[in-house]
Design a protein. Structure first.
Length: 394
């Protein structure tokens, strides 16, 4: 039942109860709340002030009927009172809080009150997941989303660094919040749980950025089947799983707020636009990712879900390239990919010389493309190059 609540009820409630601006919502899942009788819960709940307003939905347990009941009761409530309730009690499920921002949800459900400013920015109160966001490129994207007002889920396998990243963002005195969720993007159960946790914590999902990726370079002779499978599962299958489970929530939101757009964005690569010597496993997965993007876009646009890929150039400053032990500069030097190169500096200079802009891609460059994709409502199924002129569309 809980998965149905997350996939259907919370996103529907979030949209049905929203005014001009879309709200955020959170389900209080404590065992005592789920088992408590309504009258007793409202009497003992320590966080509901006397003036708080509560809408009760207790006639049915069927998910479709609950949503239908919510739609009618919220409409009647708004007509009678000219405002919407602060809380909704749903039979056998628990208490859902509704608020203009996530910081207010914290206070409504018992976290210590703190000072915060209203979230401003071009993405104020959007709910976003970024996979592979604990470090590097993904962390930079997550930080920029947060500073534009979005509520951001830091989704990553690395619990230590992912938790630190969420704490760093939450140290800002703003109305939006960050949340760390551990995920293995190659595992269906893990990805579905990531989306479910996001929906329970914020009420839905407006944007998912499938950024998690791995790269192990090698020729046909060097590439093992195990490494090929590993890269394919993370880079290709992982994108499919993110789109599959994110779109289920986004479809519900579209149903109850007709002109509300959501976005699925894959961080692809310039290697998805042009083959890469002795790097076929990575390039092949990225080529396939653009095929997924185009196909998902046709299927999901009727639900106001835009699906696009961004194809960055080489992020020379990040650990993928510059790590002194496992970075691509080291790997390519050892693999002899750059003829005549004797040092890491030789390899780096070779790749920089291929970029008309004279430098590698940076997080800011990609983030500007992300903002464009989110803010426009007409384009979907695109692979947007951000390569400093190294790759051009034809």
């Amino acid at each position: 039942m809980l998965n149905t609540v997350v996939k259907q009820l919370l996103p529907a409630l979030r949209m049905l109860a929203s005014r001009e601006n879309v709200l955020v919502a959170r389900l209080d899942e404590r065992e005592s709340l789920q088992k408590a009788q309504l009258e007793e819960e409202l009497r003992i709940h320590p966080f509901i002030e006397g003036e708080a307003t509560i809408l009760v939905v207790d006639e049915t347990v069927d998910p479709d009927e609950i949503v239908a009941d919510l739609e009618v009761k919220l409409s009647m409530w708004k007509e009678e009172r000219s405002y919407y309730p602060d809380y909704v009690w749903i039979k056998d499920i628990g208490l859902v809080a509704l608020a203009p921002n996530a910081a207010q949800l914290d206070e409504m459900l018992g976290k210590e009150a703190s000072d915060y400013s209203i979230s401003l920015g071009r993405l104020a109160n959007k709910i976003a997941i970024v996979t592979g966001a604990a470090m590097g490129f993904g962390a930079g994207i997550a930080e920029m989303l947060f500073h534009e007002g979005a509520n951001v889920v830091i989704a990553d396998w690395n619990e230590t660094e992912g938790g630190k990243m969420a704490d760093l963002l939450n140290a800002n005195v703003t109305g939006n919040r960050a949340l760390f969720v551990k995920v293995d993007v190659s595992d269906a159960v893990s990805v579905e749980d990531m989306v479910s946790v996001t929906s329970r914590h914020f009420g839905g999902l407006d944007l998912i950025i499938s950024n998690a990726g791995v790269l192990r370079a090698g020729s046909l002779e060097e590439m093992t089947p195990e490494n090929f499978d590993f890269m394919t599962n993370v880079n290709y299958k992982g994108y499919f799983l993110c789109a599959k489970y994110a779109s289920a929530v986004m479809k519900v939101q579209s149903k109850y707020r007709k002109e509300f757009f959501s976005d699925i964005i894959q961080i692809n690569s310039k290697s998805g636009l042009k083959g890469s010597n002795k790097n076929f496993a990575y390039a092949g997965g990225k080529f396939g990712g653009i095929g997924l993007t185009q196909s998902f876009a046709m299927e999901l646009m009727p639900y106001k879900i835009k699906v696009n890929s961004i194809c960055p150039g080489n992020f020379f400053e990040g650990p993928l390239w510059s790590d002194p032990e496992k970075g691509l500069f080291v790997q390519y030097l050892k693999a002899g990919k750059v003829a005549g190169a004797k040092t890491i500096e030789d390899v780096k200079a070779f790749y920089e010389a291929q970029v008309p802009a004279g430098r590698g891609c940076r997080v800011t460059d990609v983030f500007r493309a992300i903002l464009y994709i989110i803010e426009q409502e007409y384009e979907t199924g695109q692979a947007v190059p951000v390569t400093g002129g190294q790759n051009m569309l034809n």
